[in-house]
Write a protein that binds this ligand. Structure first.
Ligand code: SAT
Ligand code: MN
Length: 593
């Protein structure tokens, strides 16, 4: 029988104590560990994780405070097939989510969970999403049997005492239950109960499945709350661009996975932008509310970054390379014989004797990857040299532009500005990204991913578009909406745009537009920069080249608009007429050209 230690603040919260007791009676752990978020506790948990071989310390001069975790090889990514929205009716979850009946789901999982923590510990992890003291902030508590998850939550959230302080005696917190359950794919389920503010996740320790603060609470459950409470919970990075004169403009941007979101959030401007700086507010999630001044204000609910390691190097993301020098947990990267990490695209050759992500001797000639393609780093945002001084601001930051983006070899221009909010919602609703050969075996297949929220919206997609349109009517001074595509290719298959730090040039045009300081040319699908309006100095690119990157090809768009139409039709009758009208307007505009 477990008992609550009497000196914890949590024990004074009756609803918390009652719920923890209930779950402990079900799962029967030997020990309950209430996490307070202190340094001493972190050190103790790290030593325990090392002793249990859950973490491997890296060489302490090369990577002080850094550890390697190797996951179960069957547990390396989010499992959308096993992710469910459990609402009374299936319609509420909509056609893009898996749905399960709530009561039956609780019953089924309760059977699996009976005695599931016997012999081990249950960590009680209270946390706050959003800056402390902010009107945006929300509390959650995750119960988990995984020390790796408890330690990761300590990096990704404001964990421990501050959460219990914020909560006081209130029962208003997200109830997250996570259990490893032997980590078998057949018993892996990530279930969301938006009406109970509850998440039960079993069978996986992978970030997006197991760190319940992240996609589960901050997006799926929060999107449901946001709709009721008139705000936005979005899969967006937030960055600030500071001019040499010291004026900072904030931008939020949504991209599907593997489109360089973390890199953009931490961008280093090229030499031509001397005196300019980019600051990171967040790299993955934005919570946005209307401010007293009529603008849209945003906070990053998280406290750390869970980023993709492969491809990160001194060119693609110099700030990240500095950030990952210390106090970071790496998952499924390769290990060098001198106790350092390595991954494909890190920019240096691997030393011989490198072990792959599963700890096996790696032979470069075999063609196999040393690091798993979805290997990750978990690092506190305070490690980021480009962290915004407003990352912890309870007010958030005012958003002047929203950017949607994807990976498209053709059709979509380098940058496109929406005519207005309604048109911007249509651009976001129909955005897509090409899958890579590695992911599906088929190249160039467009997966539509509205606002990059397809796997993360906790309710019906058509209703979500309606919420965006309704928000637009309520924001007195709305941000301008843009679409970008860094990945367009020329006829010879080469990229038309160099990307990475050079994306600063596109941000610059976007910011000028947001501040009414640049012109644009109208096309049937939106506004594009005119020749000379995107700064190209110092680049090996001509205005002619830029023209190809921003061209609107009527034949390509005919195919595109048909693809958009088919996608919206599949979403069903809840798609607002206003979105369909935007599509018809684009079709008519091409005919009139
Ligand atoms: O879902 S995770 O946050 O683990 C990674 C992703 O963005 O897909
Ligand atoms: Mn993400």
């Amino acid at each position: 029988m477990v008992s609550l230690p009497n000196k914890t603040a949590g024990a004074e919260n009756q609803s918390l104590a009652q719920w923890v007791g209930e779950i402990a009676r079900l799962t029967r752990p030997d020990r309950l560990i209430w996490c307070d978020g202190s340094e001493a506790e972190r050190d103790r948990l790290l030593s325990e994780a090392v002793a249990a071989k859950v973490l491997l310390p890296l060489e302490r001069h090369r990577r002080p405070g850094c550890y390697l975790h190797r996951s179960n090889p069957n547990d390396v990514a989010r499992t959308e097939d096993a992710t469910f929205i459990c609402t009374p009716s299936k319609d509420e979850a909509g056609p893009t989510n898996n749905w399960a009946e709530p009561k039956q789901t609780y019953e089924k999982l309760s059977k699996w969970l009976e005695g599931s923590m016997a012999g081990g510990a249950m960590y009680v992890v209270p946390y706050v999403l959003g800056p402390l003291g902010s009107r945006f902030a929300k509390a959650g508590v995750e119960l988990t049997d995984s020390i790796y998850v408890a330690l990761s939550m300590g990096i990704m959230t404001r964990m421990g005492a501050p959460a219990l302080d914020m909560l006081g005696p209130a029962g208003d917190f997200n109830r997250g239950l996570h259990c490893t359950l032997g980590c078998e794919p057949q018993r892996r389920l990530i279930c969301h109960f938006p009406h109970d503010d509850t998440v039960w996740s079993v069978g996986s320790n992978y970030g997006g499945n197991a760190l319940l603060s992240k996609k589960c609470f901050a997006l799926r459950i929060a999107s449901h709350m946001a709709r009721e409470e008139e705000w936005l919970a979005e899969h967006m990075l937030i960055l600030g661009v500071q001019s040499p004169q010291g004026e900072t403009t904030y931008v939020a941007a949504a991209f599907p996975s593997a489109c360089g979101k973390t890199n953009l959030a931490m961008l280093t401007p090229p030499p031509a932008f001397d005196g300019w700086r980019v600051f990171t507010v967040g790299d993955d999630i934005a919570w946005m509310r209307i401010g007293a001044d009529g603008r849209l204000w945003a906070v990053n609910p998280e406290f750390g970054y869970f980023g993709v390691a492969p491809g990160t190097n001194a060119h693609s993301n110099p700030n990240a390379m500095r950030m990952l020098k210390h106090d970071t947990i790496f998952t499924n990267v390769a290990l060098t014989p001198d106790g350092d990490i390595w991954w494909e695209g890190i920019g240096v050759e691997p030393p011989s004797g490198t072990l792959d992500w599963q700890g096996r001797p790696w032979n470069a000639a075999s063609g196999a990857k040393a690091a798993h393609p979805n290997s990750r780093f978990t690092t506190p945002m305070s490690n980021n040299p480009a962290l915004s001084p407003h990352a912890e601001d309870p007010q958030g930051v005012p958003i002047s532009a929203i950017i949607f983006g994807g990976r498209r070899a053709s059709t979509v221009p380098l940058v496109l500005e929406a005519f207005d909010w309604s048109h911007g919602v249509y651009l976001g609703a129909t955005m897509g990204s090409e899958t890579t050969a590695a992911a599906t075996g088929k190249v160039g297949v467009i997966r539509r991913d509205p606002m990059a929220m397809l796997p993360f919206c906790g309710y019906d997609m058509g209703q979500y578009f309606a919420h965006w349109l309704a928000m637009g009517r309520k924001i007195p001074r709305p941000p301008k909406i843009f679409m970008v595509n860094w990945f367009r290719k020329d006829a010879d298959g080469s990229f038309l745009w160099p990307g990475y730090g050079e994306n600063m040039r596109v941000l610059d045009w976007i910011i000028k537009r947001a501040n009414h300081r640049a012109g644009a040319e109208q096309t049937p699908v939106g506004l594009v920069p005119r020749a000379g309006e995107v700064a190209l100095d110092g680049l090996d690119i001509t205005d002619e080249h830029l023209k190809r990157a921003t061209a609107i090809d009527a034949r390509e768009w005919e195919v595109e608009l048909e693809g958009q139409h088919q996608f919206l039709a599949r979403l069903g009758g809840t798609v607002p007429g206003e979105v369909m009208q935007q599509l018809s307007r684009a079709r008519r505009a091409f005919k009139a050209r």
